[in-house]
Design a protein around this ligand. Structure first.
Ligand code: SAM
Length: 221
């Protein structure tokens, strides 16, 4: 039976990849990538000359059918996203859901590794035996409710926010839960990695306009 390996890749620092992930990426017949050019940097660093094909959130059903055809021809595939663990707040899970719902005869095998949310939780210092991950903050509709619900939440909460809206998110956090402790993790594992801890108001004072570039995970308790 064919296998599809769901391979976690670095969230920034290209050294953050497991030996097993590298072996699998070398051995599979085809790597499905969120963005083939992005993944090429990783493959080049480790001299992996694999065939790649794009698979992303805008992929049409015809692309999925093509992937199923490849699986049914007996080939082994890897699925990677631009960063971290495929399927965690990125398009990977649509493909996996489709394979399961359509009873496609394939082993779905996780190759664990980095994930931005778990990295942030691991350094938060907040309770992590019971946490909630909310994915991305909604852009418009539902944004207020998103923060209102966190205010009621007893468990540690983690979410992703874009650099364009991180200051706005801190305003909402100050409005809805000024007393909660917050950890804002920026550019984890990268050159400009920074971690800001405190209440929303305190973090807003240190997170100036020129520091709101890059990728963010927010954890609060
Ligand atoms: N599947 C990925 C994972 O397991 O980490 C997450 C994919 S999601 C589409 C991308 C978001 O993850 C970014 O917008 C950002 O919020 C967060 N992220 C990814 N890399 C990050 C990093 N190095 N530092 C902080 N946040 C990061």
């Amino acid at each position: 039976m064919s296998s599809i390996y769901i391979v976690a890749t670095p969230i920034g620092n290209l050294e953050d990849i497991t030996l097993r992930a590298l072996r699998v990426l070398k051995e599979v017949d085809l790597i499905l990538c969120e963005d083939t050019r992005h993944t090429k940097r990783l493959l080049d660093k480790y001299e992996i000359k694999a065939e790649t094909m794009s698979y992303h959130q805008h992929s049409k059903i015809a692309k999925i059918d093509k992937i199923i055809g490849i699986i049914e021809s007996g080939k082994n595939l890897a699925l990677v996203s631009d960063a971290g663990t495929p399927g965690i707040s990125d398009p990977g899970n649509m493909l996996i859901k489709y394979l399961i719902e359509n009873k496609i005869n394939v082993n779905i095998i996780p190759i664990p590794g980095p994930s931005a949310v778990v990295s942030a939780l691991s350094i938060s210092g907040f309770p992590t035996d019971n946490f909630v991950f909310l994915g991305f903050v909604p852009h418009k509709k539902g944004r207020q409710t998103f923060f209102k619900n966190i205010a009621q939440e007893k468990r540690t909460v983690a979410f992703y926010e874009s650099p364009h809206r991180i200051l706005k998110a801190l305003d909402s956090m100050q409005e809805f839960f000024p007393e909660k402790e917050i950890v804002v993790c920026r550019e984890l594992t990268k050159i400009y990695e920074s971690v800001y801890r405190g209440k929303a108001e305190e973090i807003k004072k240190i997170l100036t306009d020129d520091q709101v570039k890059g990728e963010f995970v927010v954890v609060t308790h």
